[in-house]
Structures are given as C-alpha cells and as structure tokens.
Write a protein that binds this ligand. Structure first.
Ligand code: FES
Ligand SMILES: [Fe+2]
Length: 366
C-alpha cells in the first residue's frame, strides 16, 4: 500500500517577506548591464518583476512593465533622469510616472499612465529593494566590516540556486554538514559530531558562536578560513560571520544574504572581508568560496520540496536551524495580525537558557 507523504510547509503565507529589505543585484551588475553604465537591468523579487536603473544619478526600482501595452521596461533605454519604453517610446521618471507620450505629446497624459515604484537603496555596493514599505519597520541587514578601514571588502558576483531562500540560509551555518559536504575543504571529516551552541535572538538577529578544534588547521588548505566563528544573522536571510583565524589571529568575515526571487528560487550575495595585506589577491579568496559553493549547491538543490517542510526530522544537533525555523514561522504567523504583532515577533529577544544553566552542585557531583 502506498502512503502519501505529508508535507506541511513551514511558511504557509510568505507575504511577510515583502516587509524586509532584500538585495536584487550588485552595483557592478547594474553598471555592466548596459554600455551606458546606467542599466536598465531586469530583476525579480518575491515574484515581482522589477526594472533597476540609474535615473539622474539615483538608482530606482520600478515594476518592469510599461502601462501602455505592457512591454518590459528592462528592454528600454535610460535617457538622463528618464527611462524610455522601447516599444512606443513612453518616458517614465524615477517615481514611475509617464512624462512623455511621443504619439500625442500635446494631449494630457492619462492618470493611469504610471508603473509602481518601490523603495530602493544602495548599500554595501548592493541594490536593495523593499516591496512593502507601509509598516516601515525593518532595516537593511547588519554588516560589521563595510566601513572598517583595516578591512578589504570584495563583493562577489551574485549567483542563483534552485531552492527557497530559507533553505539556502540554513545551509550556510548548518554545523553538521561541514564534515560531509566539505571534507578537507572547510573541515576535518574526523570531527563529524557538531558543536551545539547557545542560540539567542537579539534585536532582530539570531546570534551564536562556535569554536572548532584548532587541531583541524593541520589538515586543511592554506586558504581555509578556520578559527572561532561568531554569527550575527539579521532575519530573515542575512548572515554576518566573523572568523578569528587560528593561523594569525586576524579577522576574516563572510557576509551573505539570500534574496527570494520567488517561492522556490533565490539569488545569493556574498561579501568577503579580510584584513588588508600585500600579496593577498582577491581571486584566490573568490575561487575558494566558489569551490565551497559548488560542494553545497547540488545537495541543497536536491532537497524537495524546495520550501522547508514541517515534516522533516529535526535533532537536537540541528539547534541553529530549529531556532531559525521557529522564528521564521512566528514572523509569518504574526504578520497577518498586523504591524504591532509583526514587530513584537521581530523584536522578541530570547536568551538561550543554556547560558544560565546552573553548574552541577557539589551534592549532585558527590
Ligand atoms: S508598450 Fe511601452 S510605449 Fe507602448
Ligand atoms: Fe556548506
């Protein structure tokens, strides 16, 4: 007798994700999309098709659709502070309003002749978009090193994975996969029992730290950033990982954010940050991270369904992902109740009880 596998999605309603800022492209990707250096560039965020362009020096995000006959504005041309639709030449300003209709310039422009504009900011050399700004209660995620003069930051090209953003997020700090997916690259496979850190919720971030055995250093390649790992993860999809390297005690930071293209695909961003040194070319670090991603991608894209299911078997050693799932679900359930409930869920500071677990008493030890 065959049985139907139950698959209840962790997130039944994903609309809360529109209240967060997400990156849609790197500034370099925008500037190289067209010889003008101004775009346009097509992007998709949470199923919303966008055109990104630099109009009059400001980067803007508009719905990628001309109000006239619904052609994509990303096939258009930037002209100063306007973008021109290349079907019949309508011009749009940075707010998405039509400013010129070449077929009948002497007539008033219809009120409906506009395309929606979304909040858009450039930070960390990435273009960020927030689709729903009605609650205005979220910030662009934390990145510890961007203005640190001692560090060299390299923004890697973005990459697509065929999975939901939350699966990609979970993979990055999954503490029990290193020995199996990255043996000899990131981790010594002899250490297949993962640490179980304390996991706190503080100010919209999941925070935890681990100290891998320093002896691993001997069996790992020169470029492997192994040291004490301190994670600060701005919900829902960012990670700021500071590594205090065992080899020279300098700081190496990996910053990553997974951006939800739609419910089943993500575009991912990474910034590699390290102490400025001579003879330490960027390409070496970019190539190493690419190798690590190539080890992860096939496993993560093999997970199905692409969204996290409530029916997966969780262990105590999956503590980080368990805590992440719990919080993500709370956010998704709070948002339909309104801004106050959503904010309460986002700023619900929870300190792990394991921090304050009483030491065994002398009596118990006796
Ligand atoms: S479809 Fe854009 S101008 Fe006609
Ligand atoms: Fe990995």
């Amino acid at each position: 007798m065959s049985q139907t596998t139950v698959n209840r999605p962790l997130l039944e309603d994903r609309s809360f994700l529109k209240h967060f800022w997400h990156p849609v492209c790197t500034i370099n990707e925008l500037e190289t999309a067209n010889p003008s250096g101004l775009g346009p560039l097509a992007a998709t965020l949470l199923g919303q098709k966008l055109v990104i362009a630099k109009l009059g020096g400001k980067v803007v995000a508009l719905e990628d659709r001309c109000a006239h006959r619904f052609a994509a504005l990303s096939k258009g041309t930037v002209e100063g502070d306007r973008i021109r639709c290349n079907y019949h030449g309508w011009r749009y300003d940075a707010t998405g309003k039509t400013t010129l209709i070449p077929a009948c310039p002497e007539l008033p422009i219809p009120r409906k002749a506009a395309t929606p504009a979304f909040e858009c900011e450039v930070r960390y050399d990435l273009v960020w978009v927030r689709l729903d700004s009605s609650w205005n209660c979220t910030e662009i995620p934390y990145f510890s090193e961007w203005t640190n003069p001692e560090m060299r930051n390299v923004v890697a090209p973005s990459y697509m994975w065929a999975t939901a953003s939350e699966r990609r997020w979970e993979n990055f700090p999954d503490l029990s996969h290193f020995a199996f997916v990255h043996p000899g690259t990131l981790y010594d496979p002899a250490y297949d029992r993962p640490p179980i850190p304390t996991v706190d919720r503080v100010a919209g971030e999941l925070r935890f730290a681990i100290t891998p055995p320093p002896e691993m250093l001997e069996n790992l390649p020169e470029n492997c950033p192994i040291g004490t790992f301190t994670y600060r993860c701005t919900m829902p999809f960012s990670i700021n990982l500071i590594i205090k390297l065992y080899k020279d005690d300098t700081t190496f930071t990996l910053w990553t954010t997974s951006s939800p293209v739609d419910d089943e695909n993500c575009r991912n961003f990474m910034i590699i940050s390290r102490k400025k040194k001579d003879d330490d070319p960027d390409h070496v670090h970019l190539a190493f991270q690419k190798l690590v991603l190539q080890e992860d991608q096939p496993i993560i894209e093999s997970q199905w369904p692409r969204q996290i299911s409530m029916d997966e078997v969780s262990l105590g050693t999956d503590k980080v992902s368990n805590q992440y799932r719990k919080w993500l679900r709370e956010l998704s359930l709070a948002a339909p109740q309104g801004k106050e409930a959503f904010l309460a869920a986002l700023h619900s500071n929870v300190i792990d009880e394991a921090h304050v677990a009483p030491a065994p008493s002398a009596e118990a030890a006796a």
